[in-house]
Design a binder for this molecule. Structure first.
Ligand code: COA
Length: 249
């Protein structure tokens, strides 16, 4: 499967972003594979909980920027079809999602955490939301979900100033459950997943559904996606994509 690896045992499915040479930046086929895997896990009664993690030291460097550049020069809305399938799948996933995050979590690598139920972060993890610097706007409903979670002023410092957030600070702000040394992150997420897998699963699913305002989340994703698509072909964004492509030249 396209740079996504899945594995399932003892009620726990693991979804691994497996493109470490590119810091697990997510491509269109990876969005499609991620969405398909979540749909399969949702339908599989043997899967009680899903762990999401990344191969190598960095969780995820965000959307693959060459994909943005191609979208800007082509059909931006069409380029978002698999992204949107992924966002719908993760934001409506009925079973517990546990994230294990080390290193960098950039763009969608950070905003997807707002759709997870338990988040374990390396103390020195670096969350970064560089949408404005890329001439873009926040995605994945994060323009609403992040200020709802941490307050407007703090969210604006991340979006507007592009300030990075350490794992320790992210936990203090309520984005994660525990900040630990990097080597302890996956074991902590797996231990939590084992505890969840042993619980009455229908009660867990009902609890998660009660805790999430599905209509509000969908509306936030709709709003962000419309603005994001509009920004993709803006002069600010195309200049930023070209600068990324040229930075090692
Ligand atoms: N899209 C496409 N390729 C990416 C990428 C992304 N989002 N993030 C990293 N890569 C690629 C790099 O181009 C590089 O490829 P190369 O080896 O073929 O040159 C490889 O991954 C390793 O990254 P590199 O930049 O050499 O590592 P670094 O440690 O110096 O920096 C980052 C790592 C993540 C800080 C830097 O790559 C970066 O800023 N990436 C873009 C993050 C971003 O803005 N994402 C979009 C959010 S909306």
């Amino acid at each position: 499967m396209a740079d996504i690896r899945i594995d399932s045992a003892d009620g726990i499915a693991t979804l691994l972003l497996a493109r470490p040479d590119k810091k697990n930046a997510i491509t269109d086929p990876m969005y499609a594979a991620f969405a398909d895997a979540l749909a399969a896990f949702a339908a599989d009664a043997a899967v009680k909980v899903v762990v999401v993690t990344g191969e190598g030291p960095d969780f995820c460097a965000g959307n693959d920027i060459s994909m943005f550049a191609a979208a800007a020069g082509g059909d931006p809305a069409a380029s978002m079809i698999n992204v949107r399938r992924f966002l719908d799948a993760i934001s409506t996933f009925p079973k517990p999602l546990v994230a294990a995050v080390t290193g960098r979590a950039i763009g969608i690598g950070a905003t997807m955490l707002l759709h997870c139920d338990l988040v374990y972060l390396a103390e020195d993890a670096a969350l970064l939301l560089p949408f404005v610097d890329l001439g873009l706007v926040p995605e994945a409903g994060s323009s609403r979900l992040l200020p709802d979670r941490i307050g407007h002023a703090r969210a604006f410092a991340l979006f507007g100033l592009g300030e990075p957030l350490t794992g320790t600070d992210a936990v203090a702000l309520g984005i994660g459950n525990a900040a630990l040394p990097a080597a302890d992150i996956l074991p902590a997420a797996q231990a939590a997943a084992r505890r969840l897998a042993a619980k009455p699963s229908a009660a867990l699913i009902a609890t998660k559904a009660l805790m999430r305002d599905a209509d509000a989340v969908r509306a936030a994703i709709d709003r962000d996606t419309a603005a994001f698509v509009e920004r993709l072909s803006s002069p600010e964004a195309t200049a930023a994509f070209a600068a990324f492509a040229a930075r090692k030249g």
